[in-house]
Write a new protein. Structure first.
Length: 255
């Protein structure tokens, strides 16, 4: 019999439902992009702002419910209220960290290159990146000092392979990394030069970052330069530098 059984505190039930709803809102940002409901940046903002603002509100309401339950001396549903408080704090944490750390400890740039003197230029992707995309003009005055400070180890790949072999190897590495190759120019490969352009999509929000790879002949083999540019956003949170580093590591790992 359930006579005399205490019911879960209503406030705890409501706050738990709100926590589950907020989790769904935050998660929905990515799938909504894949379903074509909104753009990658809109999905990202939905998840980030939803998590931060909703998380703070949820944490505040959860704390209020916990205090009320303490005053009323009721424990039915206290576990859910505490869990909702933790969920709110966890969802708000990423944005709070970015704000407190000044952008996650990375510079507010989205254009990384291995060649400061002659940054590889995009040709095939010009005009095909969508309205409102970041400029492909290289702002050397702003970018070079920041890249040198935060990513000092980013530089060209030097290999003893001849340009044709280096070009094929670079194409293989790009394919293995999941890049979608959209522009391929081998017209001068016999003269020691070749280039291709590609796009790399993030898994969850399908952010598109564009890459250009240039291979040129040197006295001892070949030099490979890369440039990676985000289509949207001011800061890439270090993604472009990591992409180039991954390419360099994968290229160097091939015997």
């Amino acid at each position: 019999m359930n006579i005399g059984q205490k019911k879960t505190f209503l406030g705890a039930q409501i706050i738990w439902l709100l926590a589950l709803l907020l989790i769904l809102v935050v998660i929905a940002g990515g799938p909504g992009v894949h379903l074509g409901l909104w753009t990658p940046i809109d999905g990202f903002v939905l998840s980030l702002k939803g998590g931060f603002m909703g998380g703070i509100a949820l944490a505040g309401l959860s704390l209020a419910v916990i205090v009320i339950m303490a005053v009323k001396r009721t424990c039915r549903g206290l576990g859910k209220a505490i869990l909702a408080l933790c969920i709110g704090l966890l969802l708000a944490a990423p944005v709070a960290y970015l704000r407190l750390s000044g952008g996650g400890g990375v510079p507010a740039i989205h254009d990384i290159t291995t060649d400061f003197v002659n940054p590889p230029k995009f040709i095939a992707l010009v005009g095909k990146r969508g309205a409102g995309a970041n400029s492909l003009e290289y702002d050397s005055e702003k970018l070079i000092p920041l890249q040198k400070e935060f990513y000092p180890n980013i530089g060209p790949i030097m290999t003893s392979a001849d340009p044709q072999a280096a070009f094929i190897q670079a194409m293989d590495v790009a394919a293995d990394l999941g890049w979608v190759i959209l522009g391929l120019d081998t017209s001068e490969i016999e003269f020691g030069a070749g280039r291709f352009e590609a796009t790399d999509y993030s898994f969850w929000f399908k952010f598109a970052d564009d890459i250009v790879v240039v291979v040129k002949e040197t006295e001892t083999g070949s030099q490979i330069d890369l440039r990676s540019v985000s289509r949207v956003g001011v800061s890439d949170l270090g993604v472009n530098a990591k992409r180039i580093k991954s390419f360099q590591d994968s290229f160097s790992a091939i015997p």
